[in-house]
Design a protein around this ligand. Sequence first.
Ligand SMILES: Nc1ncnc2c1ncn2[C@@H]1O[C@H](COP(=O)(O)OP(=O)(O)OP(=O)(O)O)[C@@H](O)[C@H]1O
Length: 407
Amino acid sequence: MLSFSHAAVGYGEKVVLQDVSFQVKKGEYVALIGSNGTGKSTLIKCVSGLLPLTGGEIEICGKNSRKLKARERAQMVAVVPQSYYVDYDFTVEDIVMMGRNPYIDFRHRESQEDREIAERAMKLTKTDMFRNRLYNQLSGGERQRVILARAITQQPEIILLDEPTSALDLHHQIEVMELIRQLNEKEHITVLAVLHDINLASRFCSRIVILKDGKVKADGTPREIINRQEMEELYEMRLLVKNNPLIEKTEIIPIRVMDEKQTAKPLRIHVICGEKGGVRILEQLTNMGHAVTAGVVNRESDDAEICEYLDIPRVEIGSFQTVGQEEQAKNLELMKDADAVIVADIPFGEANIRNLDGLEHVKGELYIHKNILNQDFTHGQLQRRLDEIQKIKEIHFYEKFNAGDWL
Ligand SMILES: Nc1ncnc2c1ncn2[C@@H]1O[C@H](COP(=O)(O)OP(=O)(O)OP(=O)(O)O)[C@@H](O)[C@H]1O
């Protein structure tokens, strides 16, 4: 249906796409992903005939793109650009009717059928309610829907969308993506959409193509493409890849860009955590290059998950289990030679107070979150434990963790 074969293009001396090859088959809904400036819009411009290739070929519905006349191309491909401005005061209805231009000429005036096609497109996109308003006075999201209506009115085989959701709020993003899926599934329109949101791509598209360095870097189903290594390379940041059980799709959760200052002096640091208080601490310390351990964490907790993700050695217990002698011994082993021990903001009760045993004997500095003092669920046991520690070892109580300042 749409085939790129060693496509190359640039602007003057600047080469943007070197060698792009992939195909979009009839009925597919493909997302084109890539970071800013990789040439996604440039590729769309080549398909719509605005920019000639400098090498390779594009075939549209089996025809060589170079040989297509504008009218013929427009009957096969509709383009929804990133932004579209008009110089004149056209109404919404005027703009949507423009979708019929490839079919109308001086011999064939706009017919009742043309008007019905435009009417249906306006209903589908819910733009019929503001049909008489001036296009230039609409919000970005409303304009986006109008341009989509124009594309539908064109009755193309293929729709190319350049970031169709960039101007939309969350509600309208999902609505527009649902609408595009509907066009794909019910109206059998093949779709190639440039998307920045990989989670939307995962949720709605059957395939994802990733562009990088002027070439196709990856091409496959969302499940094949969305893995941690591929995504961290693409976005150059730390992120989690998770299955969203509600929609049964893989999604990413961005964490942070990889610009953490690496420490000149890597330390051994043990973090006492267990539920979710340790997440940021574990992540920041690991990013800085420190050797981190953790304990005693609940197996189902966020802290355990981040340990798993960051490969942090830890002592674990199952949910609703209390810290036993075995776990306590392992925890002591991990913290005994540490250069610092950090106690995260976690609730202390009968189940985990043993976590604090042996702290007075640690070699390094001891940091404990201040909130611990306000949540003694152990009838004073916790306070007595802290008093014992303080007889032997200084405790730095902290409110806000900041590895850069302390370590
Ligand atoms: N008309 C132009 N003249 C010269 N260079 C251009 C022109 N249009 C785009 N470029 C350059 O070509 C490269 C690719 O641009 P393009 O808009 O295709 O990227 P993109 O992947 O769509 O980016 P984004 O995700 O930011 O929209 C960029 O480096 C851009 O600066």
